[in-house]
Design a protein around this ligand. Structure first.
Ligand code: NDP
Length: 781
């Protein structure tokens, strides 16, 4: 082809990356890999093939771990934990820093191997995945160095099981391993069976830099290996990224085990374009949002919501741009989209597109040829109904569905019309509109006039069924530490705290339930007898049931404007509750003495102080501007979770009740509270205090009854966003199991707590009552 012809056609020539060094590395291992355990490679019994999806060629044979291999890896990690946790932050930092350096020195090998194994374009593995891998280790080397100072009062959790998917094998590894090691934990990592190779190359890097044996262990194999890690009794925490279905299984499998859990799951992220947006930039952003990594991205902007007035023009521009996307050999540096990870994933994408067509969507693909084999063209679906399968299900491929809206309110409603909440993008030149939408959209990350921005200094993670926990940023560190001191009294609560019925009742007043700001009769005509400390009858309370909980949840959801009330107002109301309680302190002290036989005055005074302090926190537990590389600001906003179910313990019936309710409502949540089953009268006496303290109807709802009957109802309720349970081990297990339905956050305590202790309030409670949303806002002319 002559130069003038090239100028005429502007055709790209081939620009292949040389795969020889990566192939040589595979050859140097005989194209056969074992597990990396205790600082060395150990061969496995059975092996399976890892295939280059772009060419269908076998790259290597990878060991399939058995439960016995997992045992050995966990034991190595446990041994290493004893010394790694005691290693100074500075020394841990030196190791992480050395890993980052070594990653940079091997950056091209890592990138090419990633592309061979996964099918993603070399441009992305070279420019995004590997630099971000290094950045995560540098950033967390810094956190290791600051550990003693910035995380005083916290300690590592222990041995962490980490399970990652195939879409970003190196990146997910970095997001998991870097913070875990920085905080002093040791890890057993399982890569996805399709893409284990770069994790094994990373293991070699760990050897090169002299990371102590057992600090990082890699076991390979199929999902069953992940399941063995999840069930393993020697593991203290599971960090998982993958599909929501497997996340749900893991939630159930870890229920009651005491293992900490963080889940980064699927998404169906909205990409909202308003009529005043810079449309060309928005198109460019959209191409990145949905076709990056062949759309196999958990936070892919897969639902285009475009304002009706510009919809036709915008979609036309998009089609023009899509015509220019180059699909082909991922090792070609001029290729935009590479191969789908596996034939099975390709078939799944295709089946969903066909289903979309059968449900009435119009399917459009560019006229340019898509290579045969494991490739899929960029695909646009229009005429999509909001409730259709393709609008609701995560397709995990280069498939965009399009819907229109008229008003900002409609845009937010459509954006939130999903069970997920991982990310969202908003394009508009009106900053007020952008930030208003960003706060109203339920998602862990919102990009304004940009998309797919990630950095180690900013947290990433989901709202709703996209999971819980954060990776990156200061907020991500708390996934890998626990408080060094817990205010435990030691003895677990008794298994059956049901009060024995006491004969010869003399009851003059039976409190009802407190729902929607009103005292209401329980649905069923049963009451529970409340025993006094001396064995006499202290009173009766209504026995709430499933229906009462449903009504209470409805009232709590109805009061959700509490979340947008000012923190100042929330503080004022908490002060007011404290004031009204103080005015009746002797009466409440007497009630506590009657029920528990202990000094009630001290508990009332402690409760008043606690209310004051949570009022103080209301406008102080706030967010941050993260120091990411983007020109602009990355705002880490602390937001309420939503409707919280709170199941109070029997110890300190007034103080514990307030210790749960106050942080929840101070942060803008609404609450359905089940007070102490044994001593509920301090909570029912509070009805009048709440009524006279300007607490808006529905913000606090109280349902008396049997804790372990009501707890599963709250845990299984699809409209409850978080549950705190303070009770028995069996009850905690039930709550965690039932929470898997909508993957609500849970916080369970099974040891009796000294509620008077200073540790029984403060940041731990506030963190459990909030979630961090990162809003990326670029700056410039
Ligand atoms: P999975 O969720 O099944 O896999 C993620 C990781 O979990 C892999 O390492 C997998 O192992 C492992 N795993 C599988 N089953 C279990 C189990 N029971 N217990 C513990 N670990 C387990 O995702 P898939 O790879 O199967 O992809 C299926 C769909 O999930 C995709 O089409 C996509 O829609 C979605 N997905 C979403 C991701 C996200 O980040 N949001 C990431 C990946 C997939 P192995 O691969 O060896 O089976």
């Amino acid at each position: 082809m002559s130069v003038s012809e090239i100028f005429d056609s502007l055709e790209y020539g081939p620009a292949p990356e040389d795969a020889a060094p990566a192939q040589a590395w595979l050859e140097s291992h005989g194209r056969r890999f074992g597990h990396f355990i205790d600082g060395r490679f150990v061969d496995g019994r059975d092996h399976f093939e890892s295939v280059n999806p772009a060419r269908g060629e076998m790259l290597a044979r990878i060991a399939q771990a058995t439960p016995a291999d997992v045992d050995v890896a966990v034991a190595a990690a446990r041994r290493a934990f004893a010394t790694w946790r005691a290693t100074s932050g500075h020394d841990r930092a030196r190791h992480l820093y050395a890993i980052a350096r070594q990653v940079q020195k091997n950056s091209r090998l890592l990138a090419v191997l990633e592309t061979l194994d996964n099918g993603k374009p070399i441009r992305e593995s070279r420019d995004d995945d590997v630099p971000t891998l290094a950045r995560h280790f540098y950033h967390h080397a810094g956190w290791a160095a600051l550990f003693e100072r910035e995380l005083a009062g916290y300690e590592p959790i222990g041995v962490v099981g980490q399970i990652v998917p195939w879409n970003f094998p190196l990146l997910m590894l970095a997001w998991k391993i870097a913070p875990a090691l920085a905080m002093g934990n040791t890890v057993v990592l399982k890569p996805a069976e399709q893409t284990s190779l770069t994790a094994l190359l990373f293991a070699e890097i760990c050897v090169t830099v002299g990371l102590p044996p057992g600090v990082v262990n890699v076991v390979t194999g199929e999902g069953a290996v992940g399941a063995a890690i999840v069930r393993h009794p020697g593991i203290d925490k599971i960090a998982f990224t993958g599909s929501t279905d497997v996340g749900r299984e893991i939630r159930k499998a870890t229920a009651g085990s005491g293992k900490r859990l963080s889940l980064e799951l699927g998404g169906k992220s909205p990409y909202v374009v308003f009529e005043d947006a810079d449309l060309d930039s928005a198109v460019e952003g959209l191409v990145d949002a949905i076709f990056y990594n062949q759309g196999q991205v958990c936070c892919a902007g897969s639902r285009l919501l475009v304002q009706e007035s510009i919809a036709d023009r915008f979609v036309e521009k998009l089609r023009t741009r899509m015509e220019r996307i180059r699909v082909g050999d991922p090792l070609d540096k001029a290729v935009d989209m590479g191969a789908i990870v596996s034939p099975a994933q390709r078939a799944r994408i295709d089946a969903l597109v066909k289903q979309g067509a059968s449900e009435g969507a119009t399917v459009w693909q560019p006229s340019s040829r898509c290579p045969d084999g494991c490739f899929y063209p960029p695909t646009l679906l229009t005429d999509v109904a909001p409730a259709s399968t393709v609008a609701q299900v995560e397709i995990f491929g280069p498939v965009l569905v399009t819907m229109t809206f008229r008003t900002p309110a409609e845009a937010v409603a459509l954006a939130n019309n999903t069970r997920y909440g991982l990310a969202a993008t908003v394009w508009t030149e009106t900053v007020g509109l952008a930030l208003d939408c960003a706060r109203k959209i339920q998602a862990g990350t919102v990009w304004v006039n940009c998309t797919n921005q990630f950095d180690a200094a900013s947290g990433f993670g989901g709202y709703r069924e996209s999971g819980f926990g954060r990776e990156g940023g200061r907020e991500g560190l708390y996934e890998y530490v626990k408080p060094s001191h817990v205010p435990a009294l030691g003895a677990p609560p008794e298994a059956d705290p049901t009060p024995a019925p006491v004969p010869s009742l003399r009851i003059d007043r039976t409190p009802k339930l407190f729902i929607g700001g009103k005292q209401v009769r329980p649905d069923q005509g049963y009451a529970l007898t409340v025993a006094a400390a001396d064995g006499a009858v202290a009173g009766e309370v209504g026995e709430g049931n499933r229906k009462d909980i449903r009504n209470a949840v409805e009232a709590a959801r109805g009061a959700s404007s509490w979340a947008s009330s000012t923190p100042h107002l929330r503080a004022q109301i908490l002060y007011y509750i404290a004031e009204n309680l103080a005015a009746r302190a002797p009466e409440f002290a007497g009630r506590l003495r009657q029920q528990t036989g202990r000094d009630g005055a001290a508990e009332v005074e402690a409760t008043i102080q606690r209310l004051f302090r949570y009022a103080a926190w209301a406008d102080k537990f706030d967010g941050a501007v993260h120091a990411t590389p983007q020109k602009g600001v990355t705002l880490a906003a602390v937001e309420p979770i939503g409707v919280m179910g709170l199941l109070a313990p029997d110890e300190a019936p007034l103080l514990a009740f307030v210790s749960l309710v106050a942080p929840a409502i101070a942060m803008g949540n609404t609450a359905v509270v089940v007070p102490s089953e044994r001593h509920p009268l301090s909570a029912t006496d509070l009805y009048q205090v709440l009524e006279t303290s300007d607490v808006p109807a529905g913000v606090v709802n109280i349902v008396t009854g049997r804790r372990d009957v009501l707890a599963p109802v709250l845990a299984a309720h699809e409209d409850v966003d978080a549950v705190w349970y303070f009770g028995t081990a069996a009850g905690a297990k039930t709550v965690e199991t039932e929470s898997a339905g909508n993957l609500k956050r849970t916080w369970t305590w099974t040891a009796a707590i000294d509620w008077h202790a200073a540790d029984a309030e403060g940041p731990e409670f506030l963190r459990e009552a909030t979630q961090v949303k990162n809003i990326w806002l670029p700056a410039g002319e």
